[in-house]
Ligand binder design. Structure first.
Ligand code: FAD
Length: 237
């Protein structure tokens, strides 16, 4: 209706939305795993540029990743130039640090200590104290260390590879989930065409806008409701 009345509508995209990953098989195995105190980075692989960084809680799902820090990160992807093309070219990486509180050196000390206690066990049975059960087979696979290898036979190089996987677990972002699953819509009626003091259209007299229909959106935390209330109140008055 706004368009028919001459307003411009900026691109409508899902935001605060879960992300799909190319690693489908791994995602299926990790489905339901909730991770606390992890650090994530979204990286443009081609430009070697960090798009977004956050620390907190995330969730693995059958299609990819979700949870608070992932939803926030999606708001940055949605605005990133040529993002659809980059998804297709597999240029957007999610890098997860499962042990952000430990430097690589500290993590190495911790693993060596754990290994000391599991000396004669197989590698696959040595990570119980370090990681949630669901994650262990995937980490083992990515580390390249044979699952049956005796812990006391693991070399320094193999341990370094394991630490690299734990500090820098890469997933490739395929895109966002559909708009129906998004908490918020990014895009809408161009704000330049609205008087912010009254929310009246600058193009059509006595036409007022409020809330999500306008091209404004923000993080979770009540900001979007606040936008709706504040613009609704202003328009109403
Ligand atoms: C799962 C979820 C969780 C969220 N959590 C948060 C949060 O924690 N914090 C936060 O700030 N925001 C959150 N949001 C976003 C927030 O709810 C919205 O930004 C806000 O409700 C937008 O308000 P609105 O009045 O502009 O639009 P809406 O609430 O979408 O209201 C629009 C209304 O218009 C009606 N309508 C549509 N077309 C027509 C038509 N042609 N004729 C008549 N009626 C029509 C619709 O049925 C609807 O009732 C969340 C959203 C979702 C989906």
């Amino acid at each position: 209706m706004a368009k028919a009345l001459g307003h411009t509508i900026t691109d409508i995209k899902p935001s605060l939305v879960p992300l799909e990953c190319y690693e489908k098989e791994e995602c299926k195995k990790l489905q339901g795993l909730s991770l606390k105190n992890v650090k994530v980075k979204l990286v443009d692989k081609e430009k070697n540029k960090v798009i977004y960084e956050d620390f907190g809680e995330m969730l693995l799902t059958h299609f990819g990743v979700s949870g608070p820090i992932i939803l926030s990160s999606s708001a940055h992807l949605v605005r990133y130039p040529k993002i659809e093309e980059k998804y297709q070219k597999k240029e957007i990486l999610l890098k997860i640090d499962f042990k952000p509180a430990l430097t690589v050196e500290k993590l190495d000390e911790r693993i060596r200590r754990d290994f000391e206690g599991y000396k004669n066990k197989e590698f696959k049975n040595s990570l119980d104290k370090l990681l949630p059960q669901k994650l262990i087979p995937i980490i083992i696979q990515r580390s390249g260390i044979p699952a049956q290898k005796k812990v006391n036979e693991i070399t320094k190089e193999e341990r370094k590879k394991l630490e690299e996987v734990l500090k820098n677990f890469e997933m490739t972002i395929k895109g966002t989930r559909p708009i129906e699953e998004a908490i918020i819509t990014s895009g809408g009626i161009n704000i330049k065409e609205i008087n912010p003091k009254t929310m009246e259209s600058k193009l059509v007299k006595n036409l007022y806008f409020a809330g999500e229909i306008i091209d404004v959106d923000s993080y979770t935390g009540g900001f979007n409701l606040q936008i709706a209330y504040a613009t609704g109140y202003t328009a109403g008055m």
